[in-house]
Design a protein around this ligand. Sequence first.
Ligand SMILES: [Zn+2]
Length: 317
Amino acid sequence: MSDSSEAPNAPQAAPPRTTSEIFNDPSADVILISSDQVEFHLHRVVLGLVSPIFRTMFTLPQPQAPDAHVKALPKVRMSESSAVLEHMLALWYPGVPPPTTTMTLAELEVVLELVILKYDMQSLITIAQGQLRNFLASDALAVFAVAMRHSWQDLAKEAAKECLKLPLRTSTYALPASWKHLSPHSLHRLLQYHIGCHEALTALAKTSAWDYDYVGWPQCPNCSVKWTGSGTTTLGTKSFFKSLLSKLAQEYQYTPGRAVEVGSLSFQELVLRLFNTECGPPTTCYQCRYRYYQATISTLQHQWPQRLIDEFETLMV
Ligand SMILES: [Zn+2]
């Protein structure tokens, strides 16, 4: 519809500044105004459905329109920026398109303060946790802090496991700003868990209960060593394999969570380097060495990660 179709004497109100057409809906009956003066024209019933705070607010008497020609909508001044409000509404408000910018973890923290702590939108907890979980791989230490802030124990545990991949116990690691709400006790617990997992890694490497994964191979065509396929050869294996595990435990002492990533390129490169330099099998035959390497990788993939994960799980509090 063009401007020329409007009635000749209609009031010419300036259009409100909004971030999306959806926030300028003519049927809206309340306006949220951000700290940077952007208006969000919304529906009270929708806000009231997710937030008991809004529901109570809207039961209070509303101001009367001073002029019959002007629709006076109640206004709620918010202390958050329009970017934060837009991201917050995009999580759950009907019809809101995805924001044009990706939410940072710092913005998400403000959104969560708003949604969970300020407006008590309990029905959004699953959505909020999903958003926070997106940052687990990139910033586990901050996710741990935010999860603890909201008493989300399961997510805090997930984050603590991810933190095992970070060298938290080195002097260069600094706490992110998200930790400002947490007590020193939380940091102590996380570090204790980190240290406990390193100790479990070292202890597991010393155990002898490994079923080395030979593949049946009657005899090496190069050096004539007999491979029985039942766990032994005439060369033996246990000492070099345990030496390899011990070196792995040493390499991952500050990042024990990385020790379970047996499929990663860096893990396999490390095994190959140790295998070829410090912890090789007791033979120079290239064919036998290759068989040992295959058996070593296979043993690690099939037995090492799960046993390590089980150990880490028992230490979780
Ligand atoms: Zn051989």
